[in-house]
Design a protein around this ligand. Structure first.
Ligand SMILES: [Ca+2]
Length: 189
């Protein structure tokens, strides 16, 4: 595995991405080949349609929200390789002694929080929570029941009494939850 015929990244860029995301050079190379396979037009960037061809996202009930996260920091509705790897880094399983800020517990919590916070105002409202609950349970539970779950969740998590969940309250509510495992997707296995 000495040569990298498919990898068009410069060595210094590769080193930067490694440092930023915690992926190894070999993993980045494999992600790059997935990236180029998804990039049907060979434009060097992915569109929303390209993302919908990723099976791990297609089967994830929150797949649509995760796809939105890829586009959050892109200006023209296209995601380049660097942005692609950065978002994937949040899902990198946590390994002992190999921590990185993107896939740390806090990094994963921040990413999860943003999946709910659709209008990006750093607060989760009852409506935002309800929308995610609906995506996760499908049509098995009535809207009334889901609304009462959303209301109860807000009531239990809301410490400052503003009727919404802020990031600190979100972390506190998930204190005993295994966020590290739930927010890990093995894209490379
Ligand atoms: Ca919000």
């Amino acid at each position: 595995m000495g040569s990298r015929p498919s990898l068009l990244l410069r060595d210094e860029e590769l080193a930067e991405i490694q440092k930023e995301t915690g992926f190894s050079a070999n993993q980045i190379e494999r992600l790059y080949s997935r990236f180029t396979a998804l990039d049907k037009t060979g434009s060097g960037a992915l569109s929303r349609e390209d993302f919908l061809r990723i099976p791990e996202l297609a089967i994830n009930p929150l797949g649509e929200r995760i796809v939105m996260a890829f586009f959050r920091h892109s200006e023209e509705d296209r995601v380049n390789f660097r942005q692609f790897v950065r978002v994937l880094a949040h899902f990198r399983p946590v390994k002992k002694n190999k921590d990185n800020k993107l896939n740390s517990r806090e990094g994963k919590l921040k990413f999860a929080f943003k999946l709910y916070d659709l209008d990006d105002d750093d607060r989760i409202t009852k409506e935002e929570l309800l929308a995610v609950l609906q995506m996760m349970v499908g049509e098995n539970i009535s809207e009334d029941q889901l609304m009462s779950i959303a209301e109860r969740t807000i009531l239990e998590s809301d410490m400052d009494g503003d009727g919404m969940i802020g990031f600190e309250e979100f972390c506190k509510a998930l204190e005993r939850s295994e966020v590290e495992q739930k927010m890990s997707i093995r894209f490379l296995n």
